[in-house]
Design a protein around this ligand. Sequence first.
Ligand code: SF4
Ligand code: SF4
Length: 341
Amino acid sequence: MFLGAFTPKFFEQVPIGQADEGVRCRLCPHRCALRGGAAGICGVRSGEGGGSLPFYGRVSSIAVDPIEKKPLFHYRPGESILSVGFSGCNLHCPFCQNWRISQTTETAGSFVSPEELVAKALALGLEQIAYTYSEPLVHAEYLIDCMTLARSHGIANVLVTNGCVNGEAAGEIIPLADAANIDLKCFSSRTYRKVLGGSLSAVKDFIKASAANIHTELTTLVVPGFNDSVEEIDLCVDFIASVSCEIPWHISACHPAYKVKTPPTKAETILGIKKRAGKKLLYRYTGNIKDDDNDTVCLNCGYVLIRRNGYVVKTPGLAKKIENDGKYRCRRCGAVLPVKY
Ligand code: SF4
Ligand code: SF4
């Protein structure tokens, strides 16, 4: 067990004498009753001492990644980001690509204080930190400490998350972030609840709150037989378009992992979804397949703004702040672009 400067935030005491007396975690829709100091469904948050995070600051992995790997395509394209991962998750997706750290807290790790994390980013000359790999939001108190400190040093915060938390936590954490990539795993409340152990309505609310406040991109891992029907895809597209047709949508192929043993999603399935989504969404990108058409093109004049070859990124068409209003424009026609630095 690692001990950090933990300040509990999302716990409440249930009065002695009530049927569920003890501590309740109110971070996510599970609202776990943590009787006798038990851990919640995520395995991360405990009722001990009135509510605690025994894994506060325990980091399972830390690495420097291209920001495109998060994936973020319209936020600081071509830059590197310090990526920090934890263990545990409040969902249990059978196709989890990171299940070795998300479905257990029994992972190797070491304590990294918020001060050490920010110092590492500064020492590496990195101007952004991603909270990623497993589900970061279940470590909310550690995130809040890191994000507050990072921001005070001019470092941007990026969330890579399932977005499945209650409004109170979303309201505290989103304002500390600068960008997010959020999973939209399917568009069935029943599937979210029964198969993934989550809540579609909480995810939708998180996406809306994120898009209203910070740079937001979405990812859907397309799993054969799970979420690849035309009806399901159309529901996802309609929802994203209702939030904003400018949100970049990453459509990724699933590879066999954890409980999913089916062959990888076919490239033609991913490309078909990308094409179909083009009727309503302005920016669609593919992941985990070979696709020579993942560049960002000016919608006004067709000039290539951001050219991607795997994680090699060039920005031939981005003109920075030529109107001195902080907005990025197409170098050829001057159209304002939905790209942020
Ligand atoms: S964050 Fe964890 S402990 Fe809290 S309600 Fe969700 S699953 Fe339960
Ligand atoms: S939400 Fe993400 S980390 Fe958690 S189980 Fe699902 S895919 Fe894995």
